[in-house]
Design a protein around this ligand. Sequence first.
Ligand SMILES: [Zn+2]
Ligand SMILES: [Zn+2]
Length: 263
Amino acid sequence: MNDKRICTACGTQLPLNGVRPELCPICNGDRQYVPEKGQTWTDLADLSNDYSVVVKKLNDRLYELRMAPSFAIAQRALLVLTPGGNVLWDCIALLNEPTIEFIKSKGGLKAIAFSHPHYYSTMNEWAGVFDCPLYIHQSDEQWIFNRGDHVQLWSGAEKELWDGMRLINIGGHFPGSSILHIPFLSPGGTVLCGDTFAIAPGKKHISVMYSYPNRIPLPLAEMQRIKKQVTRLPFDTMHGYADAQNIYGNAKELLETSLEKYI
Ligand SMILES: [Zn+2]
Ligand SMILES: [Zn+2]
């Protein structure tokens, strides 16, 4: 019998033993919502039967992984290929054999790093298969409901990885909300952001909010603090939380002009 369960609304996996809340604590929090049809659960076996993983090459060293048909909040994971070891940025719920084979064919994973709790999903299974650490900012520790041996908390403003890559804590959406800054994917630097920064469908605006689905803004002082942090960061390209959320060339300019609308 499967001893885990996965929330169909957000993709969070909860242990069946121990604390068994009736509602997913992520969806029942003020940043998400329990769907009107009620709380429903699935597991990896059912996901393997009903879904596949679509892999898309974004450039020679960056691949997008997402579930098809769309599952939970349509989150995607991004695979970064680097000489010092590959990084998976964020996680999707489904981990199946074709996905494992694809990632192993590219050299496996040295680490999985997270933007925030809406991607923790089946992270323990992923870390077990690839025998790698899960980097999570300490400020989000309370949202780790299914904690395995691979979780490594980091703290402070930044965590240096390798090949010039850095995890940077931005806050806002969650206190531990972070980005991965990569200097070598584009001429001016690339930011993988999850929904620390949310790229609007028209790609003419980027928002930063406490809750996106519930339309809860951040306090003005938080927006001012985040704008200062963005100003110091060199980047021209940004890849967001879902398919098609890619901005090439003018990402920093767009984020700065977007933030100016708030302050
Ligand atoms: Zn949920
Ligand atoms: Zn989120």
